[in-house]
Design a protein. Structure first.
Length: 229
DNA sequence: ATGACGATTTACT
DNA sequence: GTAAATCGTCATA
């Protein structure tokens, strides 16, 4: 495919330095072509990358993506676009790759997807977990209220699709956001994960999807503490 | 207009 | 381990 933004291009040897909690250096940003591939490829490519959320007051929150799920669109019974469904809620899944699809569920939770492929194919990747890197204190505040502030551990902040949305202040106001252009929500390319460190398994919470429930479309960084479940 | 249902999380036995 | 919370969305009527 395109030369830019492909997997494995980043420094693999131990010399690359990782900037922790204070976000001094900014990484190279994911451009449009990064997202224009099938959702399984994107789910793997997203692992290790940095999800960045810049809040209204300028606070920068970020985390390393460690768990994703691919949703294959019309044929995929577990996908919101199954059978060609195109509704008000899932409209963003019918946008070009690189847009955000944020939906509300269970009457209280939001989940973030990264749309893949072109507008003709309504596919996406669910971001299921990130490892917090920047703005941990702010994330803690955002999460507090549900869980007693003092009892919140780092691994409680973003180890689930709705938790990370709460921690980063992601809701339907960011539905349809273009991650390739937005200043509020985007992906930085530091830290691709080697294929040998990626495990896969069935997707979570879609038992209703018949044969599609068993397909191994969930990807995660093996052994990472922030992976859900 | 209405009823059933979640791509989840938390608290509790 | 199980169950409650809680309401926007969608299919059906």
């Amino acid at each position: 495919m395109s030369a830019k933004g492909e997997q494995g291009a980043m420094g693999m040897s131990g010399t690359s330095k990782r900037n922790k909690s204070t976000g001094g250096r900014t990484g190279e940003r994911a451009e449009r072509d990064f997202f224009l591939c099938d959702p399984v490829k994107l789910a793997r490519k997203l692992l290790g990358r940095r999800l960045v959320r810049v809040q209204a007051d300028g606070t920068r929150l970020s985390g390393r993506i460690v768990e994703t799920e691919a949703y294959l669109g019309i044929e995929d019974r577990a996908a919101h676009t199954w059978g060609g469904r195109h509704t008000e809620r899932n409209h963003s899944m019918w946008m070009e790759g690189g847009h955000a699809y944020v939906y509300f569920t269970y009457g209280m939770h939001h989940c973030l997807n990264v749309v893949s492929e072109t507008a003709e194919r309504p596919t996406a990747c669910l971001i299921r977990a990130i490892e917090p890197l920047e703005g941990l204190e702010r994330m803690k505040e955002m999460r507090a209220g549900k869980v007693a502030f003092s009892r919140l551990k780092e691994r409680d902040l973003c180890s689930g699709p709705a938790k990370l949305c709460q921690a980063m202040g992601i809701d339907r106001g960011l539905d349809g956001e273009d991650l390739a252009r937005s200043g509020r929500l985007f992906i930085e390319l530091d830290g691709a994960v080697n294929a040998s460190r990626i495990d896969r398994g069935p997707r979570v919470g879609i038992g209703y999807a018949g044969e599609w429930a068993d397909k191994p479309l969930r990807f995660f960084v093996r052994g990472n503490e922030h992976v859900s479940g």
